[in-house]
Design a protein around this ligand. Structure first.
Ligand code: PEP
Ligand code: MN
Length: 357
């Protein structure tokens, strides 16, 4: 449940609420919003609900107490009405700007990575992507360069100034990957790997959480909840397509998820048209669709010679194709923002509980 403090609540009153939460064997998480503090009391509440609501409501400084029936709490708009802005090496994700992340599917060599990194940086990308540990469907496919790939990503960051996002596949790798990466990616296949989610929740690096290819939006938010409840508030959600009956595309980009998530959660939402489609000619139109739907960014696979790529060549853009997208995406983003006003969703759309979910 959420305890919403009065706008003039004192620090002592906030401490009073938290002490009662702890005394009840629950965890207290607080959000200091622009106007007021909201304190979440999290844990198994069960039949104690009515009694607890009355006890919290009677405490000085408390304005309202809301029992929340949704399973996700810290990720919800009720807990955190303002948008979360994730900041990494001076790049702000979720502040109304458009963040383009780009780079190869996998780090393959020093030359391949540096050529791509310089080119996407010059075209306006703000974050460099590249897999060092690759989750491949076949055990016989290229599995990534591992530690060598991480070192190359760090070198590319040094040379371009771009922060780096790369995937971490298992809890035991988290410390190592966090040493080199600026953003830790949890891939679609691991979205419900709860020990991995807890492990990335304990490090002080933002997490890019991809949607499981068969996950509902609620399951996805529950995964983000694992990360946040472990102590990491900097989660970026990435819609990367879900599995449907369609076979012409690798996955189906769920464009509606983007504005829907902006209603349900305060976390930034980006889209991955590369993995959503599996085909490079479909990437540009879906970048436009994602931006028009209000995405805070996109993540794109780019390779200097896609025909030679060791993974995901078919969906990788050439350096020229990436530049072409960058030339048109900015104006689309601006036009969408000015048409709809900023933020994209109206205040009534953001009012939680107004929709059918
Ligand atoms: C990737 O980004 O290279 C990747 C493997 O993505 P996903 O987990 O979305 O398939
Ligand atoms: Mn890939």
């Amino acid at each position: 449940m959420f305890v919403v403090m009065a706008t003039d609540a004192t620090e002592d009153q906030i401490i009073g609420v938290k002490s009662l939460i702890l005394a009840e064997g629950l965890a207290a998480h607080e959000n200091r919003g622009i106007e007021r503090v909201v304190i979440a009391a999290l844990g198994e509440i069960g039949p104690r609900k009515d009694v607890l609501v009355s006890r919290f409501a009677a405490l000085p400084g408390v304005e309202t107490v809301t029992p929340i029936s949704r399973p996700f709490k810290l990720t919800s708009r009720e807990f955190h009405p303002e948008d979360t802005v994730v900041e990494v090496l001076g790049v702000r994700i979720g502040d109304g700007s458009l963040t383009v992340m780009a780079g190869p599917c996998a780090v393959e060599s020093r030359d391949q990575l540096l050529e791509t990194a310089h080119s996407v940086a010059a075209a306006g990308a703000k974050v460099l992507r590249g897999g060092a540990f690759k989750p491949r469907t076949s055990p016989y496919s290229f599995q990534g360069l591992g530690l060598e790939g991480l070192r190359l990503l760090a070198e590319a960051r040094e040379r371009t100034g771009l922060p780096v996002v790369t995937e971490v596949m298992e809890p035991a790798q988290v410390e190592l990957v966090a040493e080199y990466a600026d953003i830790l990616q949890v891939g679609t296949r691991n979205m419900q790997n709860y020990s991995l989610l807890t492990a990335v929740g304990r490090v002080a690096k933002p997490v890019l959480l991809k949607r499981g290819f068969a996950a509902t939006i609620e399951e996805w938010l529950m995964s983000a909840e694992y990360i946040m409840s472990s102590g990491n508030p900097n989660v970026i959600l990435c819609e990367r397509g879900i599995r449907t009956f369609e076979t012409y595309t690798r996955n189906t980009l769920d464009v509606a998820a983007i504005p829907l998530l902006h209603q349900l959660t305060h976390l930034p939402v980006i889209a991955d048209p590369s993995h959503a489609t599996g085909k490079r000619f479909l990437v540009k139109p879906l970048v436009m669709a994602s931006v028009a739907a209000g995405a805070d960014g996109v993540i794109l696979e780019v390779h200097p010679r896609p025909e030679e790529a060791l993974s995901d060549g078919e969906q990788s853009l050439t350096l020229d194709q990436f530049r072409e997208i960058m030339d048109v995406v900015g104006p689309v983003h601006e036009a969408v923002r000015s048409l709809h006003g900023a933020p994209l969703l109206s205040a009534s759309a953001l009012r939680v509980g107004g929709g059918k979910h």
